[in-house]
Design a protein around this ligand. Sequence first.
Ligand code: ZN
Length: 410
Amino acid sequence: MFYSEDIIEQVRTENDIVEVIGDYVKLQKKGSSYFGLCPFHNEKSPSFSVSPNKQMYYCFGCGEGGNVISFLMKYENYTFIEAMEVLANRAGVELPKMEYSKEQRREKDLKTKIIEINTEAAKYFHYLLKSDRGKLAYNYLMGRQLSDEIIVKFGLGYSDKYSNNLYMYLKKKGYNDNELRETGLFTYDEKRGVTDKFWNRVMFPIMDANNRVIAFGGRVMGDAKPKYLNSPETKVFDKSRNLYGLNVARSSRKDYFLICEGYMDVISLHQAGFNNAVAALGTAFTQRHATLIKRYVKEVVLTFDSDEAGIKAALRAIPYLRDAGLAIKVLNMKPYKDPDEFIKALGRDAYEERIKNATNFFIFQVEQEQKKYNLNDPQEKTAFHKQVAEMLLEFKDEIERDNYLDSVCS
Ligand SMILES: [Zn+2]
């Protein structure tokens, strides 16, 4: 059974395609259409068009096109049913109860099952952390000065030293291998049998925006490698569509997000009262992350590590955040390395002060560029000025460009 043509039509017409796509792509009006950078292929100048009259989108670069429903299916990787549910909900249209086909039911059940198993695993890891077996991990977290309250809030846990401890636990709970295999929590090997992916690690459950446990990150106790390990991507976990801490940050009622580098940064910022901190999950920052953030706030403050790697990560993230239309500032944590160290040394008020004094992203970019030149040498100085002029051209808006020109000249 499927939705009737009437209800599909109603959902389609009550969701303006420009508004919906505008949440994902920065659009600019040109004539009767809107244009932006295509989210389905890489491009520098906008060939992705959205027509309010036809309520359709089309990319002149890659040929992708369709209506508001197919856009969401393509962009969010939704099934038709999921896209209908999201759009109906958005427009306040009530959908009739419908029967799922066998295949749809299986897919939906599987996603629900993975989340259920993840939730069980998270509870088990948390129990272990508080038990004798988790002492080492618990002491590690105490050493990092985390409170019991914040440990509970983020559902932190511990995965045991035995290589199939979680597997045995979940088997006893009645889950079968077909289900367990889909969670990404286990390695199935012909010779060694089934083993847990995570062992002897502090466990960080990764929640989606709706507080559902979709994956895990783990930090090893001791010297084993890798130091940090994440769940692989599964039917419910896509790294580029989620941010650690977003489930809390989205309801922080602040009009900006703090973007930091890792789990521990997010947690210590939240503990210090900055509950609008988020981080990308074991992956570089992407356009999708920027778009996701744009759904909740208009401004971000980058608080990446102040070492070389952190500066590089910030410089890489900035263009994505700009493309999403976010205002961007960069926080200076010197002489400390990361938010955790900074707050431990100088306290939350000093950090708050640094947020207030955060540098505009362009000034930050220019400062970083400047380090590459010896400004006492006239030739190098000229090269530097040319480079800055080049960077200024990135501003398409003339007034904005002039303002930035003023600010770097002063
Ligand atoms: Zn395209």
